[in-house]
Write a protein that binds this ligand. Sequence first.
Ligand code: DX5
Ligand code: ZN
Length: 223
Amino acid sequence: MSNGVRIAPSILGADLTRLAEQVRAVLAGGADWLHVDVMDGRFVPNLTFGAAMVAALRRLTDVPIDVHLMVVEPERYIEPMAEAGASVLTFHPEATTHVQRQLAAIRQRGLLAGLALNPGSPLALAEEVVGDLDLLLVMTVNPGFGGQTYLPAANEKIQRARALLVGRGSRGFLEVDGGITRETIAAAHAAGADTFVAGNAIFSSRDPAREVSELRRRCLVTV
Ligand code: DX5
Ligand code: ZN
């Protein structure tokens, strides 16, 4: 990690036939976390990875594995993801009835607890649980697929999210996910984000390792 910025390549964007090689490349490029998108075909219309993927990645590296649950009933995944070696577990508040209980359960299991807000989901959904959060994820696309376009309205929401965390004395991470590229990352960083998920931008690059450091560098350039 450097300059307080974390770059988290999303393996959804990787060439799965060469996953280990691609993971090693982004780690060599200085990737801070690995982001794993878990989709159940219900909360979002796509189906992706489960705990077996997290366990496989854990055998490759010690870096934090940042699991983004886009599933209904995230409570069913806490134990398997913890067992598999996940480090951060983030879910969407609409996916469960008892948000605070699940956040506490994640922490209890020794993981960092995250809450993710869709573009149409108000920040108010996080307000009552700021003290229970280690990470707030502001979605910058509607979740479900990689390679979508960053929604510019997110910048103002990131600012409000940062103000919420600061105002409540939270030391939680402020993560953004979706459409993060060389072109969009600086504004998200300027708005207050400190943790950046990127799939397509990194893995469709000819040099994924270099792209990780390039994204980090863009955060240092003033906009
Ligand atoms: C979107 C996922 C993202 C996705 C980002 O539903 O949550 O993590 O992998 O992919 P890019 O960076 O390609 O938008
Ligand atoms: Zn994600």
